[in-house]
Write a protein that binds this ligand. Structure first.
Ligand code: SF4
Length: 362
C-alpha cells in the first residue's frame, strides 16, 4: 500500500482551459530547437535537451520564495516566467510530432511537474504519448507532494529513465524558511528526502539527481557536504545558480558572485569525478571555502578540461551532455554561468580570471 497523499485543491471548471495533459509549456531553447519559434543562440552549438513543464490555469500550488511560478507572486499565472524566460505553450500532440521529426538531434527529454492535484495523472499521460513516439531518454523532474513509492514505480514501468528532485535549498533551515513556512508553502523537507530515497531504490545508481541552488543563503560548506553525501549514495547533484525573479519574494536578493559560483562548480566536480571528500576542503568559521587540496598542477589540469563548468544535467543515451538548459541560470545578455558545451580556450581564459585558483591553493 502506498502512503496517503495530501489532498490538493481541485481545479475549477473553465470554458477554454489550455491545461495539461493536452497542453504543455516548453523552454524557449526547446521551442527554437523544435522550430516552434525562430531564433538563434548567441553561440553556435548543438542542442537537443527538450524541457517540458506541466501547465494549469491555477498554476503551481506551492509558493517558494524564489520561484517565478509561486502562488502568491503577483500577476496572472499565464504571464509568469519560470527561471526568468518565457515558456511557450504548445499542444502536447504537436510537440510529440515535432520530437519524432527531429529525433536524430534529441539528447534528453524532461517533464517538469508542478504541485497540482492532476500532476501525477497528467505526467503519466504525457509520458505514454512521448515513449510511444520517440526513444530519446526521458527524465521527470518530480513534484514530491504529488508522489509516493507506487507512483514512482509506475513512472519506471512507463519507461522513464531518470528522476530529478528539485531540492534547491540545501539545508533544512533554508528549505523551511523558503518553501515550508511561507504564505502558501507547506512543502516538507522529509517528504523530499523520502522521494530521493525511494527514487534511488527504484531507478538505481546514477539514475537520480538532486537539483541544488547556489545563492539562497547557504554556506559553501553546506553545499560541499551535500555533494559528498549524494555521491556516496550514487546520486548526482546538479548545480543551478539562483537568479532573482522580478516580483518574487527574493527579487532583491543578490545573485552569488561569479567567483564563488566558479569555485562551487570546481568543488562539485572534484567531489563527483575526482573522489574528493569534505576534508579535502578548508573553510572559515562561516563555512566559506578558503582552501582546496591537490596542488596547482592537478587542479589546473582539471580546470583545463573545461568539464567542471559545463551545465549539469541528465546525460544523453551514451553519456554525452543531454539536458543543457541554455540560459537557465543567466539571461541571454549575461555571461554564461554554465556552458551548454565544453568551454573554448577563450572561455577558459575568462573562467580562470573569475576563479582565481591561486587564492584557494594557499
Ligand atoms: S537535469 Fe534536466 S533532464 Fe535532468 S531532471 Fe533536471 S531538468 Fe530534467
Amino acid at each position: 500500500m502506498g502512503r496517503q497523499l495530501p489532498v490538493l485543491p481541485s481545479p475549477a471548471p473553465a470554458a477554454s482551459r489550455q491545461d495539461s495533459p493536452e497542453w504543455v509549456r516548453i523552454s524557449m531553447a526547446s521551442a527554437i530547437a523544435l522550430r516552434f519559434r525562430s531564433g538563434r543562440f548567441s553561440r553556435d552549438f548543438d542542442f537537443g535537451g527538450i524541457n517540458l513543464l506541466l501547465n494549469y490555469d491555477e498554476g503551481c500550488r506551492s509558493d517558494c520564495g524564489y520561484c517565478g511560478l509561486a502562488r502568491t507572486r503577483p500577476g496572472d499565472y499565464n504571464d509568469k516566467s519560470f527561471i526568468r524566460v518565457e515558456w511557450p505553450l504548445v499542444r502536447t500532440d504537436d510537440l510529440v510530432s515535432r520530437m519524432v521529426e527531429h529525433e536524430d538531434k534529441l539528447t534528453r527529454l524532461c517533464i517538469s511537474m508542478v504541485t497540482h492535484g492532476h500532476a501525477y495523472a497528467d505526467t503519466c499521460d504525457i509520458t505514454e504519448r512521448i515513449v510511444a513516439g520517440v526513444r530519446t531518454p526521458l527524465s521527470i523532474l518530480v513534484a514530491p507532494p504529488t508522489l509516493n513509492r507506487e507512483r514512482l514505480e509506475r513512472f519506471k514501468e512507463l519507461g522513464v529513465d531518470m528522476i530529478g528532485i528539485g531540492l534547491d535549498a540545501v539545508t533544512e533551515e533554508l528549505f523551511r524558511n523558503l518553501r515550508t513556512n511561507v504564505p502558501a508553502g507547506r512543502l516538507s523537507w522529509e517528504k523530499y528526502w523520502e522521494i530521493v530515497t525511494d527514487s534511488r531504490e527504484i531507478f538505481g545508481p546514477w539514475k537520480v539527481n538532486v537539483h541544488t541552488l547556489v545563492g539562497l543563503g547557504e554556506a559553501d560548506e553546506d553545499l560541499i557536504r551535500l555533494f559528498v553525501q549524494l555521491r556516496e549514495r550514487e546520486i548526482f547533484s546538479y548545480l543551478f545558480c539562483f537568479n532573482p525573479e522580478p516580483d518574487s519574494r527574493m527579487a532583491d536578493h543578490p545573485k552569488s558572485p561569479i567567483r564563488r559560483w566558479r569555485r562551487v562548480q570546481l568543488a562539485k566536480h572534484l567531489v563527483e569525478s575526482e573522489g574528493y571528500g569534505l576534508d579535502a576542503f578548508g573553510f572559515d568559521p562561516e563555512g566559506n571555502l578558503l582552501h582546496i587540496d591537490g596542488g596547482q598542477d592537478q587542479l589546473e589540469s582539471v580546470v583545463d578540461t573545461g568539464i567542471p563548468f559545463v551545465t549539469n544535467g541528465c546525460p544523453g543515451e551514451n553519456g554525452e551532455p543531454g539536458c543543457t538548459r541554455p540560459y537557465g541560470s543567466y539571461r541571454p545578455s549575461e555571461p554564461f554561468r554554465d556552458y551548454p558545451f565544453v568551454p573554448t580556450a577563450d572561455d577558459l581564459t575568462e573562467i580562470r580570471q573569475q576563479l582565481r585558483l591561486a587564492d584557494v591553493l594557499q
